[in-house]
Each structure stands twice: as structure tokens, then as C-alpha cells.
Design a protein around this ligand. Sequence first.
Ligand code: BTN
Length: 237
Amino acid sequence: MIGTNILKFNTIDSTNDYIKNHLNQFANGDIVWSLIQTKGRGRFGNSWMSLEGNLYFSVLLKNYKYTNNIFILHMIISVTIIRLLKKYGLDAFIKYPNDIIVNSKKIAGILVETIGYFDNRDIIFGIGLNVNQNDFNTLNNLATSMCIETSKNMILEEVLYDFIKLFNEVSNLNNIREIYLNKSLILGKYIPYLNSRFYVKSIYDNGKILLINEEKELEVALSSISLSDIYNKLDNF
Ligand code: BTN
């Protein structure tokens, strides 16, 4: 269960970092939410622009049962956001592993971080969901928001509570992978890999992708694929 306690800030450096730096103050499922982040972080060391108007929050999962297979958590979070957006009338898709896309533009990003070693590991996952931002300037052809897509402003607190409710529901589903695959943008597509053309046959629970072509079948780990390269070439491949 997440969301029993929510600690809200007006401005903070990064909600993920706040939990990481105050770990002893928080219990399993606690949430830190901030209206603005001054040092919001994205994946691959990128920064996450965090102006007022969108949702920026992080969740602590203590001794999470899937710590040995983080990808299941990626699927749960992605499916939760897909369902949340559906509630607001938006049809969203997943850009592997976990970017959430509406009308070919990114609407949400997910940062999952593990703390500790072996049996004593906690997870902090952070979500940046574009809610009320109506202009992304130079990024307008890459990013979108719920407000741009629906022409309506949302109440951030309501959207956060929707996320919490849906996450708790989705965590108990036993067909998460099936729903995730249904919304995947690369499953069933041809992608460039090792100077060849491969068909994406499946994505496994451990996050590996099954690729096939006329000559071989490959199971590829996330790190060994250049994701941006794939997506840049996907449309005209
Ligand atoms: C991505 O690169 O797509 C992931 C972006 C994750 C951003 C969120 S905003 C709330 C939380 N705090 C952070 O510093 N990052 C995550």
C-alpha cells in the first residue's frame, strides 16, 4: 500500500533525493510531493525540468518484494500511469522501458532507484507527470501534458490521489505484463540492432527483449541496446 502519508513541499531540490537523504524518517509507501523541484533528476543523469504546474513526487518502497526484478515495478508504474491517463480520456503508450507517450510525445517519466544491498534493499521511485504545463518551448514537438491534450487544467492533488489508488490496485493484478505489452510501442515492430533488422517478439518479466530475424533469435538486456538510436530510426525503418 502506498500513499498513507504524503509530505508536501512548495519547493525542494528533488523528491527522490529528499527521501534518500531522510530515509529513517519515512515508512513503506510514504510519498514526498513537491510543486517545484530545483534539481529534478531524470534517467541517465539527465535533469528533469520541474516548473510549477506538473506533478513531481517520489514513493518509498521498503524491502520491496520485487527488488530482485525491478522491471516488474517498471511495468506496474507504467500501467498505473496508462490507466490514470485513460481516466482523463487519454490513450497513452509505453516507450520501452517506461516513458509514457501520448500522441507521440512524452507526458511522463519514471526514475526507479535502489538503495542498499542484498536482502536489505529499498526502492525509491519518482514520477514526473506533465499535468498543467501548456508550453514546452523548444521541446514542444517532444513533450506534452494532460492540459495540452485535453484543453483542461487539472487539480494536482486529485491526479496524485488517482495515481495512489490505481497503483495500489494495479500492484495486485496478475496480468500486468499482458497489459504492459499491449501498450508497448516496440512490441511487434522491427528495430535496428547490430546493423541488422530484428522483429521484437517479446519483452520478458526481467526486462530483456526477445529479438528475431531470419538468421537468429536474441535475448537482449536493456543496457546493451541504444534506446534513443532505436526510437530515432523506428518510424522509417
Ligand atoms: C526520466 O528521465 O524520464 C525520468 C524522470 C523522473 C522525474 C521525477 S520528478 C519526481 C522525481 N524526483 C526527481 O528528481 N526525479 C523524479
